[in-house]
Design a binder for this molecule. Sequence first.
Ligand SMILES: Cc1ncc(C[n+]2csc(CCOP(=O)(O)OP(=O)(O)O)c2C)c(N)n1
Ligand SMILES: [Mg+2]
Length: 574
Amino acid sequence: MSAPSAPVTPAVSGDRFAVLGEIEQRVRWLATAIIDHANRVRPNTTGLKVGGHQASSASMTTLMTALWFEHLQAGDRVSVKPHASPVLHAINYLLGELDEEYLTTLREFGGLQSYPSRSKDPDPVDYSTGSVGIGATAPIWGALARRYVATLGEQAGAGRQYSLVGDAELDEGAVWEAILDPMVGELGEVVWIVDLNRQSLDRVVPNIGGPRLAGMFGAAGWQVLTVKYGRLLEELFAREGGDALRRRIDEMSNPEYQRLLRCTPAQLRDRLPDSPELTRLVSTVDDETLHAAIRNLGGHDLRAVGDAFARIDDTRPTVIFAYTVKGFGLASEGHPQNHSSLLTGEQFGELAARSGISVEAPWQRFAPDSAAGRVCAATAERLRREPVPAGAVPVLPKDIGRTPSGRATTQAALGRVLLDLTREAPEVARRVVTLCPDVSSSTNLGGWVNKVGVWSPDERRDWFDDDPETILHWREKPTGQHIELGIAEGNLVGALGELGATWSRWGQPLLPIGVLYDHVRGAGIGALVVRDLRGRAVDPRRHSLGCVTRTRRRRASVDHDAVGGAGAAGLYQL
Ligand SMILES: Cc1ncc(C[n+]2csc(CCOP(=O)(O)OP(=O)(O)O)c2C)c(N)n1
Ligand SMILES: [Mg+2]
């Protein structure tokens, strides 16, 4: 695969953007080189494929450069789409958060992980990702968990919760299950940035389209921002015949557009115009400009991306659709089969030359006294995080003074134990949070829910509090300890995972307990590997969670970075 040569970074004016462009180019280079080294340089004793995703990474380098080096704040947290992990490591390296020795270890035992891992990677990773859709939604549940901790009166910091997601990732059911939950529409700290490169793993997706997706997010109450074109294209749109150019690009199918990305300027002159006005406009543009213009999408324009970030409204969740080119700046750019493709030695050498780097000395940081070096230092300073002090873990009672007599269902026992805990160990009970996908009453949580109330960011009136026939009282208040979800078992698992991780994120241990029916435990949890107490295999994407099912006991121990810890240790087991 070899695209006609083009400038790696579109021209940006102004010192600030020139420096950012330089950083972006270095990030793209480093991300590509990390993968190249693992596959073409590091001795491979087994001969087995190593892999990595150069094109998926290049698709996001502009977005991630703009985010990290201009907008991100220390309190923010980011989930990075799995196959862009090299971009995250490249940025962390430039910020001094990752040692050079790791850059040669991608996908090696003990080295940089295939996908961002909060526990196994040596540099700062906020959310582990890997299974698409699960990592994307994790910051939603992270936001919820942080709000929950804050309503306990504990310190949990503040900041946005970003998800950097692939466009094909939006096919995942977990995404829509989360977006549909009405609670999520109130999480103004949630920001999704969709890398809209029109490609999935296998193909150019013919009907993936911003407007349809925008309508779906908009209907769920999200702010929708679109970054479609870069400055060069906008400039051409303003010229005579510009309307015809815009219409032509807007109306062509994704595969046709993608084909143009693989064309030489001469081929573009032949294929692009469909009207006399457009033929005239194209004839006024030189080859280099024409070639750059067709790929000049907003997601590769630092200024356009920065403008969108500046418009984020923190009163509701935001999604930014950023149009990008998969493999941007690489020889494989825009090719339908570039998902796992690797640059050849020759192509890698060409990229080095265009990036101003030598293949022999690939791991160059910026000189500290250069403009880019100063931006890196200032960014590292801005994003520096204080270590989180561990909160006190209440002691779990070994005995709550109740001896079962006769027969009882596990669900009855669960209801009783929870209430007993409020009397025998109130400090422990205060840390218990129950979650349920619309089966609270039928799993015997009624007494507990009546006692502790239902969690809601704001106090809400219970219109049935004066109704003598109402047994289960639905008192919604910020101090409630039960979180009610819709019939959404995927959300249950996602939220449990993040509530179980608050000890490691914010130093505040919680004891999350999820309750669902035994026979539906597979629903929505399909993305995770759930085993019973005898089971061994665990899913690598979640921290810890406890599920008590309706008819039989189950403990879903889902291992991830920080399994165990306070959040898991106190999980309730019958
Ligand atoms: C649940 C799940 N199914 C399948 C995969 C394999 N997979 C990895 S990336 C990918 C395509 C992702 O496309 P997109 O999100 O658009 O990202 P891009 O590579 O275009 O940046 C697939 C199917 C996965 N990681 N997780
Ligand atoms: Mg894609």
